[in-house]
Design a protein around this ligand. Structure first.
Ligand code: HEC
Length: 183
């Protein structure tokens, strides 16, 4: 397929087809971004009248791309999780073990400082949570414990791989990663 054919595809009904197919597959952020890149790439070689339409289309696609990102449902633990009791509440002696577990199991995605920037993070969607952020730190111990236990694709579940105590140690360790520690 030549570049000019590609441009024609964008300007006729196929673009609607493409958008609807990808809404169906729930992957329209990916496709919209790629359409934008293709359009921008071809912009300089277009006829004037096409340029105008291409710019409009870029704006429309950008809107779709940002909407689809926001549409991603937030991952919430069930309310009952807040009532789970942390057997290590206020215990700092488990932090050493917590750190070891974190480095071995979590840092590849979440990064050694928990910023969500581990070596595997770039390839993941959604991105690994930033454990130093207020959003994560404001959650209850029980909610964090529940999330570590259950996982959420692409994050694996740890309820079988790690013991209850190990998962609570990780909760305590995550608290030490806070950007704005509680006083
Ligand atoms: C394969 C990559 C990967 C690994 C390994 C991983 N995570 Fe995650 N984690 C993620 C992703 C991605 C998310 C965001 C999921 C979402 O928002 O749907 C996440 C989210 C979380 C959250 C939820 C944050 C919030 O408040 O919503 C916690 C807590 C968490 N991870 C802890 C851990 C711990 C502890 C480990 C190690 C035992 C770990 N993760 C290992 C990828 C990973």
């Amino acid at each position: 397929m030549q570049t000019s054919d590609l441009i024609n595809v964008f300007f006729y009904k196929d673009v609607y087809l493409m958008i609807s197919i990808n809404i169906f597959y729930d992957d329209y952020h990916f496709i919209a971004t790629h359409c934008i890149i293709a359009l921008i790439y071809n912009l300089s070689t277009m006829k004037k009248s096409h340029k105008k339409r291409a710019t409009l289309l870029i704006l429309l696609l950008a809107l779709i791309a940002t909407q689809s990102l926001q549409a991603q449902p937030k991952w919430n633990a069930p309310k009952e999780a807040d009532n789970l009791k942390n057997p290590y509440a206020g215990n700092t002696t488990v932090l050493k073990e917590g750190k070891q577990l974190y480095t071995a199991n979590c840092a590849p995605c979440h990064g050694s400082k928990g910023r969500g920037d581990g070596p595997a993070a770039a390839a993941l969607n959604p991105k690994p949570a930033d454990h130093s952020s207020d959003i994560v730190q404001k959650e209850t111990d029980g909610s964090l414990f529940w999330k570590i236990s259950e996982g959420h694709n692409p994050m694996p579940e740890y309820k079988l791989a790690l013991t209850d105590n190990q998962r609570w140690e990780l909760v305590n360790y995550i608290r030490t990663l806070a950007k704005n520690p509680k006083k």
